[in-house]
Design a protein around this ligand. Structure first.
Ligand code: ZN
Length: 296
């Protein structure tokens, strides 16, 4: 729908001359009111009125809001099923401009970087930001099926820490599963930032919390993954043992690591030997390996 179409639907265009379209004045009703579709301003020819609105001002008056028209028009070309979308105010955190990674959100991007997600990975995983939340899209078979909206932790905000897509399941898949499902082994962490931080070196991914759902266990079972190491946060040992047992019941070799705090309380160098040890010992009778030396 063009701007002219919208003006016609909203105000009833009576004539047109180049970029100038004429319709009755929305302010005083005078029949000679003209709107320039290139300059995007209008003016009323009645001297005592002098109404000179912008599109925004006209949009407020129109029964058909310009955004609504454009959206409803767009739906004709879309699949009828409602599509999950990240809040529209959210914009890419990092963009590729002339081959260079750029951000319009310096602070947000650098804070995410401190959490272990490089600028490259913020771009690669299509991170978004709306001033309040960092959104991490979750795809499965190329389709957006959920997002993790993490409140900006460097700001004082009175909003819940996490927000997910309404009605979407957080347990239906694993982060970046399209890629991870063909790995020989994977490491599961609770937090998506941690998953991306450890992804390249350890094939880490996030299962979005300290539990594995039936669906997630089935996905792993049916995938190319042969070995799983669970690296959940301190306090999740019981759940980790249960998840290992359930994976083993599906003939997936699995073991958990008990750590102090969260994975990112440790360095990659400190985690590496434990993860290697765990991968070599997935067949162990025990379901969990204690890395804390009994300190927690
Ligand atoms: Zn007027």
């Amino acid at each position: 729908m063009t701007l002219e179409d919208w003006l016609n639907v909203s105000f009833g265009v009576t004539s047109k001359n180049g970029y100038e379209v004429t319709f009755p004045c929305p302010e005083c009703g005078h029949e000679r009111f003209s709107f320039n579709t290139q300059l995007k301003v209008g003016h009323c020819f009645r001297p005592s009125c002098g109404y000179a609105p912008t599109i925004k001002m006209l949009n407020v008056r129109s029964r058909t809001q310009i955004g609504v028209v454009i959206n409803s028009e767009a739906q004709h070309y879309k699949k009828p099923a409602p599509k999950l979308e990240i809040p529209s105010e959210a914009k890419p955190l990092v963009e590729l401009v002339d081959g260079q990674l750029m951000t319009k959100f310096e602070r947000a991007s650098s804070e995410v970087c401190k959490r272990g997600v490089s600028y490259e990975n913020q771009y690669r995983f299509k991170f978004q930001f709306d001033g309040q939340r960092v959104y991490i899209p979750v795809y499965s078979n190329g389709e957006l099926i959920n997002f993790v909206g993490r409140a900006a932790w460097w700001k004082e905000l009175d909003i819940p820490r996490y927000k997910y897509a309404t009605g979407a399941s957080t347990r239906a898949t694993l982060f970046n599963w399209d890629e991870m499902k063909s790995k020989e082994h994977i490491v599961l962490v609770e937090n998506t930032f941690n998953g991306i931080w450890l992804m390249d070196e350890f094939n880490a991914t996030s299962n979005f919390g300290s539990d594995l759902s039936k669906d997630q266990i089935n996905l792993i079972h049916l995938s190319g993954v042969k070995r799983v190491v669970i690296l959940w946060d301190e306090g999740a040992e019981k759940l980790a043992r249960r998840a290992v047992t359930r994976l083993r019941e599906k003939a997936v070799q699995a073991i958990a690591l008990k750590i102090q705090g969260q994975p990112d309380n440790h360095t990659i160098d400190a985690l590496r030997p434990w993860l290697q040890f765990a991968l070599e010992n997935v067949r162990d009778r025990n379901t969990i390996i204690d890395t804390t030396g009994g300190q927690s």
